[in-house]
Design a protein around this ligand. Sequence first.
Ligand SMILES: NC(=O)c1ccc[n+]([C@@H]2O[C@H](COP(=O)([O-])OP(=O)(O)OC[C@H]3O[C@@H](n4cnc5c(N)ncnc54)[C@H](OP(=O)(O)O)[C@@H]3O)[C@@H](O)[C@H]2O)c1
Length: 271
Amino acid sequence: MDWFDGKTVIITGGSTGIGAAFAEALAPRGARLVLVARSKERLETLARDLRSTHRAQVDTVALDLAAPGGVAQLVSALEAAGATPDVLVNNAGFATYGAFATQGLEPQLDEVALNVSVVVELTHRLLPGLVARRGGLLNVASTAAFQPVPFMAVYGATKAFVLSFTEALWAEYRSQGLRVLALCPGATETPFFDRVGAAEASVGAKASPHEVAALGLRALLEDRPSVVHGFGNRLGTLAPRFVTRAQAARITESLMRPRTTAALPAPRSAP
Ligand SMILES: NC(=O)c1ccc[n+]([C@@H]2O[C@H](COP(=O)([O-])OP(=O)(O)OC[C@H]3O[C@@H](n4cnc5c(N)ncnc54)[C@H](OP(=O)(O)O)[C@@H]3O)[C@@H](O)[C@H]2O)c1
């Protein structure tokens, strides 16, 4: 029997991209889905499609997870819908791009809130139930987690957090039967880069979100703490082990450097 059959799976960022691909992969496997994102319309369009194509039970919760009280609101909505989570997929996330101080503070704090604080709070609130039901926790990190990422300094740091946090929980909870995985995609063909708004933020060919989600679901059922999508990405994430930290930061800086001067740090003024 499919492990996901009959399980209630909460997918944050479940309206587009990798989150929607998780939903499309799980609906035919008998999972009950709860999709969470801000856009009610996009969520409902996907949910309607999954209900009619796969007869899946799909609920949607439209809210801003990073707004004050957003996670508590989601937990109340789950209770009201009688949805007892077996699996949590912390997938919602976004990136900003450009030299740190040229970017507004507010979007970068929002990035930390969604990519880090929401992940910690939602995991903390749901984990006892996930453990009790010997369920799963799948957190979406990134290949950005493996080295500092100049011009995406905050994003890289948030994903390093997600990877470290998730691998630690893997070691803490595996003896209790909880499956825990950090999924680390490289560049993936989703609306993610529209929000980033800079071509330089994407390095290498883009993978299909369906392949990325499928790998995550497969790896969650194996006893490993993290998985990187794609052979080239796996090599790339190993490379920092063979150079100094300064070299790793300098190499990434040259790959990520903006092609326009607007996003570069202001030149130092003469003394
Ligand atoms: N695409 C890539 O190249 C790539 C590579 C590595 C890792 N990742 C990671 O993969 C995850 C999914 O990204 P994606 O590529 O699938 O991007 P995406 O298509 O932009 O999906 C982001 C999802 O998060 C939702 N979301 C954004 N802000 C939210 C908020 N404040 N509250 C609730 N939901 C929110 C979005 O819906 P609404 O806008 O309607 O809220 C959408 O459903 C992210 O964690 C990202 O960092 C992506």
